[in-house]
Design a protein around this ligand. Structure first.
Ligand code: PBG
Length: 331
């Protein structure tokens, strides 16, 4: 008998990477087109599709142009569309009444999407910032963002969106108690099937810069949002917020921004096992677009790698402005 040679190296981990078929067999995570939620910007007017300068490739659409976008998304197999309103200073008031106007562009867009593509889930944004003269997500009294009066307004806003046909209510305001208040109001109004995707761990982030241009909020915002959005230094606090929102009736939770907070996504998924989403926000998007425009990075590969990162971090899905581009590559 031949003496058995000690194998060298003991384990050859490269064996499983040797061919595309072997790599496919051992791949741990996958990105599917149904994981994607596409945020779109809507506005008043007619026949408008105007580029957002700070977000190359992203446009603001008047409501009459929204159905076409929804059909494009449906054809690509995108799971959901999230509607954000663009407003001018003339649409903003101290009492933020535009926020729960059934005829505001966001609510009309929600209805138009449900009409054109009933199979796509429509998500709304609940926060007062785009209707508020000072750009804050809540009412401001004596320089303070007040909580409880804001929650009453958010409830009215959420109900108007559910009435318009929203499948998913997306409170992005970070007020305390709004999930419970919205949940019970939805139940009371016969909207027990309407889901809530809570922006539970939303950080006070510089990555929202291009979005604030997109919705017309950059000039409007006085001060910052640090008394309600989270400190980027915190992690345990995110778990307390998610626990609270799930208890109050959130069906799904979101971590926002995404890529700088993948550790939070992982902790949230591990701790709760609840449907967890990340928002790849405007700054993340525009940084990739800008670097790609210079030829410094490969846009398609970076896009897909960043999206896979969310899946690997435990997310079930991603809100991303790349949704149509990624869907085309996945097809
Ligand atoms: C505000 C809101 C923001 C975003 C979504 N909803 C910005 C903010 O909190 O100021 C940011 C999204 C993005 O940057 O893509 N309610």
């Amino acid at each position: 008998m031949q003496p058995v040679q000690a194998p060298f190296p003991a384990t050859r981990l490269r064996r499983v990477r040797a061919t595309p078929a072997r790599r496919a067999l051992i791949r741990e995570n996958s990105l599917a087109v149904g994981d994607l939620i596409w945020p779109i910007f809507v506005r008043s007017g007619e026949g408008i599709e105007e580029p957002v300068p700070s977000m190359p490739g992203v446009v603001r659409r008047s409501v009459d142009r929204v159905a076409d976008a929804a059909r494009e998304a449906a054809d690509l197999g995108i799971g959901a569309i999230c509607v954000f309103p663009y407003t001018g200073m003339e649409d903003r008031t101290e009492d933020c009444a535009g926020a729960w106007d059934p005829g505001n562009p966001a609510n009309r867009a929600i209805a138009a999407i449900k009409d054109a593509t009933p199979g796509i889930a429509v998500m709304s944004d609940v926060a007062l910032d785009t209707y508020n003269i000072n750009g804050h997500d809540g009412f401001v009294e004596d320089g303070k963002i007040v909580n409880d009066r804001t929650v009453e307004a958010l409830v009215k806003m959420a109900l108007s969106q559910a009435d318009a046909g929203a499948d998913i209510i997306g409170p992005s305001d970070m007020m305390d108690g709004r999930i419970g208040a919205i949940r019970s109001a939805l139940e009371g109004a016969g909207h027990s099937d309407v889901m809530i995707l809570s922006y539970a761990a939303k950080y006070a982030s510089a990555f929202y810069g291009p979005f604030r241009d997109a919705v017309g909020a950059s000039g409007a915002l006085t001060g910052d949002k640090k008394t309600y959005q989270m400190d980027p230094a915190n992690s345990d606090e995110a778990l307390r917020l998610v626990a609270r929102d799930l208890k109050e009736g959130a069906d799904m939770v979101m971590v926002k921004p995404g890529q700088p907070y993948l550790d939070i996504c992982r902790r949230v998924k591990d701790a709760f096992g609840a449907p967890t989403f990340a928002y790849q926000v405007s700054g993340e998007y525009s940084m990739i677009k800008a670097a790609a425009a210079h030829g410094w990075v490969d846009e398609e590969r970076i896009m897909m790698e960043s999206l896979m990162g969310f899946k690997r971090a435990g997310c079930d899905g991603v809100l991303t402005y790349f949704a149509p581009a990624a869907a085309k590559l996945l097809a």
